[in-house]
Each structure stands twice: as C-alpha cells, then as structure tokens.
Write a protein that binds this ligand. Structure first.
Ligand code: WTA
Length: 701
C-alpha cells in the first residue's frame, strides 16, 4: 500500500496564483508483463516528439492512416490560430475505420453490443457487417440528397446504430453532430439551430435503469425548439430499438418522420464509394458548454483529428487488434467519439458497447460483462468508479476477469478512489492511465505512457508525446514546476487533434482559447498562440500535472460539463423567477452538482411550487443531469456595487464554508440571511479548504 508524503506548507502566493494544499502521492509501477506487450516502449519517443521536432513529429501519427492522396504540408499556420493539418491530402475517415481492415479482420468483431436487459443476447458486429451497414446507411443519406458539408444532428442512445450512422456520414463528408442522448429535446433543438441541421436522426426508445424510455418524444420537442429559434427541420429519421417494431408511444408525423429500417429496404446491399475528402474538411461538431447560454460547437477536422485519436489509441490506450476493449463512456460525448468510435476502429479494435447504466441491475454488472466477454482493457470515469465503489466495493472480487490496462477520464480522480480502482477493479495487475483532455482538444493532452511512466494517483502525468503544456499565472508568467503553485494550464503549440474552430463563430474561438495569452493577434507564428485549456493545474517537481478543475464558469457534473449560464437561463423560463445563480457543490459520487439560488419577482409569494418548476425546467431544458441538489428562494442575491451577482459567496455558503469578507458588497446583510437559510442558525462551516475549482468559481465576475 502506498503511503502519502506531506509536502511543505506554502507560504507566499500572489493574487495571480492559486495555492494548492494537497499531499504528494507515491508512485506505482507498471508490471514487466504489461511493459513487454505494450505498443509504445521506446523511451526515446519524448525526444522524437520534442518541441524542436514540431510539427514534423506528428507525421508518425499521419502514417498510421491510409491516404487517397498524400499531404504536402504538415501544418499550415497562415490563418493562425485556425490551424490546418496535413494540407493537400485526401482521405476518408470511414475508409480508415472500416474498409481498410476487411482483408485482414473482416470476420473479427468491431463491436459487441450489450443491451441493458441482462436477458437480451449480445449483438456481435464484425468489420464485414459494419461495412455493409455503413454502406447502406450512406446510400440512404445520399439518396436523400445529403452531401459533403451538410450538417445532420443525431440524438441517439448507446446502440450500434449510432457509430454506424456516424461512419455513414463520414463516408460522404456529411458533418455529424451527435447530441448526448440524455440531453433534453430542447437542448437538442438549440444545437440543431446552431448547426443549421435540417435532418434529425434519433431512435424510438432505449433502455435506461430498467425502463424502456420513449425517446421519440424528445424528437418532437427538438423540432419545435429548433423551429422556434428559426431552424426548419424537414425530416426526422427514427431508428427502432427493436427492428421492425415501434417501441415508443409518441406518434410518427406523416411526411416528416420515417423509420430508418423502412427506408433502408431500398438500399439493401448497396455500396457507396468513400469520398476522397480534403484533410481539413470538417468531420463532426461536438457541442460543449461555455460560459454563455449559447451552445458552442467544437468543430473537428478529418485528417488531424483522426491521426491524433489513432496514434493515442495505439500508444496510450495500448489497444491491439486481439484485445477486447471496453470504454463505458457515452458516444454522445467526445470520449466516445474519439475513443470508442474513431480511434479504436482505426486500429481494428474490438469494442464493447454497453447500452445502459453501470449499476443496473446491481454494482456487479460491469464485472459480469467483463468476465463474460473477456474484456482486458477498461475505460471509465471517476464518477462511475465512485458509484461502483460505493454500491459494491467488493463486487470485482467475485468475478474472474483480468484487466491489463484501465483508463480514467473526465474529471480529477481522488487518490482514494484511484486506489480502489487499482486494488479492487484492476486487482493490482492493471496499469491505470489518467487521461486529461477536453472536447476541444480531440484527444489526450496529459497522460502517462503506460509502459514507460510510473503512475501517481490523482495526477494525470506529463504531457502526451508531442504535447508540451505550460502553466501561466494571471500575468502570463510561467509557473515553474515543483513550486507548489497552480495556474492556468495551456499548450504551447497546436497539435493535430485540436478543434478547427467554433462552428460559425471564429471570434469566439479566438477569444475563448487564445486571447488571454496571445500578445500579437496578427502573428502567423504558432509560438504566439498558446492554447488556454480552461483548467487550473499544478506541476510537481517530477513533471506530472495535477488538474484542479475548470477555471471558467462551468460545472463538471459526473464528468459532464454544464454551462452555468445555460442552467440559469433554464431557471428563468419559470415566469416568477427574476434572477438565478447556480454554483457547484461537492458531491461524494458525482464530484460536483449544481445548486440553485433564485430571487422571485416583486410581490410573488415564495412557494414549493416555484421550486418544483425550477427543477423541472432544468430537466426539460438541459436534461436530468442538470437537476439541482437544492433550490433556494432568497430575498436578494449578494451583489457587488456594480450589480453583479457574487456566485463565489453563494458557492461558499453551499459548500459550508466561511464566506470571507463581504463588507464591500452592495447588500452584505443578505449574505447572513442566505447563510442561515442554507446552513441553519448555527454556524457549521468547516475549516477545510475549498477545492480549487470551487474556490475560483465566479472569480471572473
Ligand atoms: C475535466 C472530457 C482531471 C477537465 C474528455 C476538462 C479532467 C474537462 C480529466 C473537459 C482528468 C477531463 N483529470 N480533469 N483526467 N479529464 N477533465 O470537454 O476539467 O467533457 O477541462 O472532455 O473535464 O470535459 P469534456
């Protein structure tokens, strides 16, 4: 068992820096057995991917792909910071993920679909079958007149039809935009409007926690929401969870709604040539929360993105074609796009796709699946780890699976949860890679290379090969490693996986990710454009990074980024609500959950009914994931003299901490009223320091 070592107390921290209070953890070493089989064992890889070798080092990743026409320029910076990778090349992502494997792996499983009901059999889809199904759907989409550059929105659950439809789009160059299936119809509609999608692809129903959910109902809401925002939707294509049978109660609308299975009858056995697309053509949009209510569509390009997720799937996830790999993330998030669909398929992996909730019907479910299917690489998020640990700490012992490698992604993992993952889930045999990255970055930024580096609980590790992070303080000065001080983590240079832009909003892209540390907006030199990741981080003396969480106003609930403005706007859809402020609260399982403060309009009596409707509004506008832990109706919001709501103060109250000095506020008295309403009459604040992301929450206000 590893011991923890105390680090020295910090003494001086300037306003531009963040103090960090945790203990240094001990290393864990990968086994010799793991090292011997790993795809990447060459310790010189870091020299080969040194900053002095940039950008040519990334040719190694491009070489893992099959090109229709070779590229002539690795990185074109002429429109900085809108980077173009592998310019001049022609390529197709679906060809790389499917067609090129047929000769060698045609009869090997690409996906093993595990339905949530345990009584339903698995569905195995070989590469050959995947090829046929992708082609038929591509033929259908082409038959509908869709072509390269068009956008199509999906609102799909975790079923094989999701990657099949994604690849069908990729085959034609149609830009897909999958909205997480758990998001509400309204959230889907606003994303349809932003991307200008005239076609929605969805599924009638899916299993979640033992219930067959009527998902078609969301499509009707989405189409209406899009229309209200000015976007007409012509067609809704509905996959059937059980082919040939409609499993939703919501009626189909004649002329608009069509069953995919009916339409496909005309395209049986049809093949569609993969379109040779330019490297820098867009592959997909992935909406992510930002600090305004407006959805932010991260646009990823074909060649750079595919090269990056292919290279990192091979080197970091260490997938070999003979492995059985299972990533429990939802394909509706970037992790699923990069590390269930594009990366693993590009290296001919066999992937498990699980439809449902990890703890359904009990906390032994994942381990039963792993044992039955022989899963040997497992990939999940800290929130699932905490949940499985809470509900079934000894469950993994009952099953005879063996993982050689495990990944964690999505939020910082507490060393205690890490150790349970290592000891119990991994049975002390499996390496753990803690992969830090985000929607915007396409693939891993901070991670150990599992056969080369030691693991350190709670730290993601150094930069991935070819990724050179730097931590800046508020003034732009570098925060040195080993200083015990944290700051804003940035990447010094572009890399192939980086997003191309925010869909339809070039200015917002520059402003959000580059403006803070760029000194010359006209510069065409990549050195002038460090990428602001949006996380606080600290670098230990050994070079390992530890991530503190988001520094902007984004709440990371169970690994899902929710924009505070989006939540607050949802609250304001309740007519009685005048003002709303949301703050993150620590939660044992989900990491952070939103807690909402509202002020009602003058003369409106406070009532439980308003609170209930605020909760409902969040579920409807965003999804159940945004359900607030509490909603408090307060007499007024704590405000600065200029009238800005001080979310920092509310966050302190919600997290049972001292509110600090509030005398400079316009209405200091209200703070005590709110405090006693939330914390009770007695002061029960804990002296424990607030986690850094919450401490910094709302600081930019
Ligand atoms: C957080 C998910 C600590 C981080 C891939 C980031 C992490 C945000 C880790 C992006 C990790 C992700 N350790 N924090 N290993 N991975 N995060 O866009 O705050 O859904 O900015 O992408 O999740 O979330 P997103």
């Amino acid at each position: 068992m590893a011991k923890t070592v105390e680090t020295k107390e910090l003494t001086e921290v300037s306003e531009a820096q963040i103090a960090v209070h945790w203990k240094e953890e001990e290393y864990y070493q990968p086994s010799e057995k793991f090292k011997a089989q790993a795809n990447l064992r060459d310790p010189h890889v870091f020299a080969k991917f040194g900053l002095d070798k940039f950008p040519d080092c990334f040719k190694t990743y491009a070489d893992m792909l099959t090109w229709f026409q070779p590229y002539h320029t690795v990185l074109d910076t002429s429109d900085a910071p809108f980077w173009k990778w592998f310019v001049g090349g022609k390529i197709n992502a679906a060809y790389n993920c499917v067609d090129r494997h047929l000769a060698k792996y045609g009869s090997k499983a690409a996906f093993i679909f595990v339905p949530e009901p345990e009584s339903e059999p698995d569905v195995v889809i070989t590469y050959q079958e995947l090829y046929s199904r992708v082609n038929e759907v591509a033929a259908l989409l082409r038959g509908m007149g869709l072509k390269a550059g068009d956008r199509v929105t999906f609102h799909m659950p975790m079923v094989p039809e999701l990657p099949i439809t994604m690849l069908a789009c990729a085959r034609l160059g149609i830009i897909h935009s999958q909205v997480f299936g758990g998001f509400s119809g309204q959230a889907c509609g606003s994303r349809m409007q932003d991307s200008g999608s005239r076609v929605l692809i969805t599924m009638d129903s899916y299993w979640r926690n033992g219930t067959l959910v009527d998902h078609k109902a969301n499509a009707d809401i989405a189409v209406r929401a899009a229309k209200d925002l000015g976007q007409d939707v012509d067609k809704v294509l509905v996959w059937q969870r059980y082919a040939g049978r409609y499993s939703a109660k919501t009626p189909m609308l004649a002329g608009r709604d069509f069953f995919v299975n009916d339409l496909l009858k005309d395209y049986k056995g049809k093949n569609v040539e993969p379109v040779a697309l330019p490297s820098e053509g867009p592959l997909f949009l992935m909406y992510s929360s930002g600090t305004t209510g407006k959805p932010k569509g991260a646009q990823h390009g074909i060649a750079g993105y595919l090269a990056y997720v292919t290279g990192t799937s091979k080197w970091i996830l260490d997938i070999h074609p003979e492995d059985i790999y299972w990533c429990m993330a939802d394909i509706g998030w970037i992790t699923g796009h990069s590390y269930i669909v594009y990366g693993p398929l590009a290296i001919a992996a066999t992937s498990v796709l699980y439809e449902g909730v990890p703890t359904f019907p009990d906390a032994g479910r994942p381990w039963r699946i792993a044992e039955r299917l022989g899963v040997n690489i497992f990939h999940t998020a800290p929130t699932a780890i905490r949940m499985l640990r809470k509900l079934g700490p000894q469950e993994p012992r009952k099953y005879k699976y063996h993982f050689k490698s495990m990944t964690t992604v999505g939020e910082p993992i507490e060393p205690e949860a890490w150790r349970w993952y290592y000891d119990e889930v991994g049975k002390r045999e499996a390496v753990i890679t803690d992969t830090w990255w985000m929607t915007e970055t396409g693939g891993f930024l901070g991670t150990t290379v599992p056969a080369i580096h030691a693991m350190k609980p709670g730290s993601c590790g150094p930069g991935a090969p070819g990724i050179h992070p730097v931590i800046y303080d508020e003034t732009g000065a570098e925060v040195p490693k080993g200083s015990g001080k944290a700051g804003n983590i940035c990447i010094r240079h572009p890399w192939p996986g980086i997003m191309q832009t925010i869909w339809g909003d070039r200015d917002r892209y520059v402003k959000t990710y580059f403006a803070k540390y760029n000194k010359n907006p006209k510069s065409k030199d990549w050195r002038d454009w460090p990428f602001l990741c949006g996380d606080g981080a600290v670098q230990a003396a050994d070079g390992y990074y530890r991530i503190l969480g988001r520094i902007d106003d984004v709440i990371n609930v169970a690994g899902h980024r929710l924009g505070t403005k989006e939540i607050e706007s949802a609250c304001l859809t309740v007519p009685e609500v005048a003002e709303a402020a949301v703050v993150p609260v620590q939660d044992e399982v989900k990491g952070r959950v939103p807690e909402v403060y509202i002020a009602v309009k003058p003369g409106v009596p406070h009532s439980q009914d308003i609170i209930d409707r605020v909760v409902k509004a969040n579920e409807e506008v965003i999804g159940k994931i945004a359900r607030p832990k509490h909603v408090y109706i307060v007499p007024d919001m704590p405000k600065t003299r200029s009238g800005k709501i001080m979310r920092r103060v509310l966050a302190a109250i919600s997290n049972r901490r001292d509110v600090g000095d509030v005398t400079t506020l316009a209405n200091p008295d209200v703070v005590e009223q709110i405090r006693s309403m939330v914390q009770g009459q007695e002061t029960m604040t804990t002296q424990e320091a607030l986690p850094e992301d919450i401490a910094k929450f709302g600081e930019n206000e």
